[in-house]
Design a binder for this molecule. Sequence first.
Ligand code: ADP
Ligand code: MG
Length: 146
Amino acid sequence: METITKSPEATYQLGEKIGASLAISHQPSVIALVGDLGSGKTTFVQGLAKGLGIEKKIISPTFILMRSYKIQNTKYQILNLYHVDLYRLEGNVAEEAKNLGLTDIWGKKDNIVVIEWAEKIKKILPKETKWIKFENMGENERKIIA
Ligand code: ADP
Ligand code: MG
C-alpha cells in the first residue's frame, strides 16, 4: 500500500496505525525500513511505538545503534520493542548485526525489531520481514510504501 503523507504528524499516525495492528497480530516481528536521511523513518517508528502502547518518547538511536523499550501493556504478550539504526555501520554490517545479538533478538517471540537502513543486512533478515520504503517527495511530502 502506498501513502503520501504531507506532514510529520501524518507519518507518525501511519506508524501508530501499523503499531496498533502489530500489537494485535504480533506479525511479523521484524520491520525493515528503507529510505534516505530525513525521509521519515524515525518519525514513523515514534508513531509505531505509540501504537504498540509505549508511552516513553522514542529518540533516534543513530549514535548508539540500538535501543529497547518495554511494552507496558503485556495483554498481547509483546514485551519489547527494539529500535535499531544501521546508518553508521559500514563494512560487514550483517556480521556486526549478528555480533550485536540481533538474530537472537528477532528469534524470540516476545520481541519486535524495527530497523532503519535495514537493506544493509538484507541477506540475514527473516523472510517474513515486513519492508517499508520511504521517499522524499518535497519539503513536507513523503511517499511511504508499506
Ligand atoms: P529519518 O529517520 O528517515 O532520517 P526522521 O524521521 O528523523 O527521518 O526525519 C524526518 C524529517 O522530515 C523531520 O525533520 C520531519 O519534521 C520532516 N518531515 C517533513 N515532512 C514530513 C513527513 N511528511 N513525514 C515525516 N517527516 C517529515
Ligand atoms: Mg532515523
